[in-house]
Design a binder for this molecule. Structure first.
Ligand code: SF4
Ligand code: SF4
Length: 335
């Protein structure tokens, strides 16, 4: 096949970009559960989103439950199943059986070994989570690099929680910076300062989640208290990196006016605002609810409805009354 002159230039560009990689880090491995190539809500321009697997929180509204566990896990897509039974034959735990014509997984004894995934020709079983090296991930970046650079975009790393794999992420971001790409991270902030500062070193922009100012309520809904998160946020604000505070607006949990006022008060009184950009309110949605069943889990918020436009308007006005820029955001990596 002959390449056009333009295609040849593109190939030589990619080759030189590959050669620019720091190959001393090429074998460093991380575990990701997804890559999204053309995202527009998680930083300037077109973004390539990398989803790191594993998170120390268990937010009941999480729309990426497949990213919560640090190890790979199997999901089942019943609409694709043709009922061949091949998976049952290979399961070493005897976790699969037919019941009234339907395949049933006993998730309590499934060890997520992935044998059923390899055997299923209908793609009805899928393993979330794969190991990847920094250089292999950079290969993924190079496939989209023209879109990223021409749009003024870049890379956003989220999850899960990226600080659980801080060394890998730091090296990946460093490789992205070498290519001249804008880099953003999204964090829940529940980590050691050492891990967070490691990834901050090569980040241009941080999306920092703040969920509730009351530590007990925070723990009830996420599984962890908020003190470390708020302390880390103060430290992040002193670093030379742009900062956006993201607040998932979850009805009946954190959408009261007192909580929003306390958040705004904290921002203006406790943070260094020199690189602080804004608060983004991310309205609760149910788009991830169907994933829970595929993973053999229960979605606890089935009856919860998203906040109304009127409610979001009131909350935005509260934040703005503290002279803070406030946007109501769209769908993004973590909401
Ligand atoms: S992933 Fe679970 S269901 Fe599938 S073969 Fe392994 S133990 Fe059995
Ligand atoms: S191998 Fe796949 S298609 Fe066959 S029964 Fe199992 S899940 Fe269904």
């Amino acid at each position: 096949m002959r390449l056009s002159r333009g295609q040849n230039m593109l190939v030589s560009e990619v080759v030189s970009q590959r050669n620019a990689l720091d190959f001393s880090q090429k074998d460093l491995e991380g575990v990701i559960f997804d890559i999204d190539r053309y995202a527009i809500h998680d930083g300037p321009g077109i973004r390539l989103l990398v989803f790191m697997k594993g998170c120390p929180l268990r937010c009941s509204w999480c729309c990426n439950p497949e990213g919560q566990n640090f190890s790979p896990e199997v999901a089942y897509f019943p609409a694709k199943c043709i009922g061949c039974g091949a998976c049952i034959e290979v399961c070493p735990e005897k976790a699969l059986r037919f019941q009234e014509g339907k395949l049933v997984t006993n998730w309590r004894i499934c060890r997520h070994c992935g044998r059923c995934v390899d055997r299923c020709y209908a793609d009805a079983r899928k393993l979330f989570g794969r190991t990847i090296t920094v250089s292999a991930l950079m290969e993924e970046v190079f496939k989209s690099i023209a879109f990223l650079t021409n749009s003024g975009g870049g890379i956003t790393v989220g999850g899960g929680e990226l600080t659980g794999q801080a060394t890998f992420v730091s090296n990946f971001l460093r490789s992205c910076k070498k290519e001249g790409l804008h880099t953003a991270i999204e964090t829940c902030g529940y980590c050691t300062w050492g891990a967070l500062s490691k990834v901050l070193e090569y980040a241009d922009l941080v999306f920092y989640d703040v969920k509730h100012m009351n530590s007990k309520k925070h723990k009830t809904a996420t599984g962890v208290p908020n003190r470390r998160i708020l302390e880390n946020l103060k430290k992040v604000s002193t670093r030379p990196v742009d900062l956006v505070v993201r607040v998932p607006v979850i009805p009946e949990f954190n959408d009261d006016e007192e909580n929003l006022s306390l958040m705004a008060e904290f921002i203006v009184s406790q943070l260094n605002l020199s690189r602080f950009q804004m608060v983004e309110l991310l309205p609760y949605h149910k788009l991830g609810a169907f994933k829970y069943e595929r993973l053999g889990r229960v979605y606890d918020l089935k009856s919860l409805e998203p906040p109304s436009d009127g409610k979001l308007h009131i909350l935005r006005k509260i934040i703005e009354s503290y002279n803070i820029v406030c946007h109501v955001g769209g769908l993004n990596a973590r909401s």
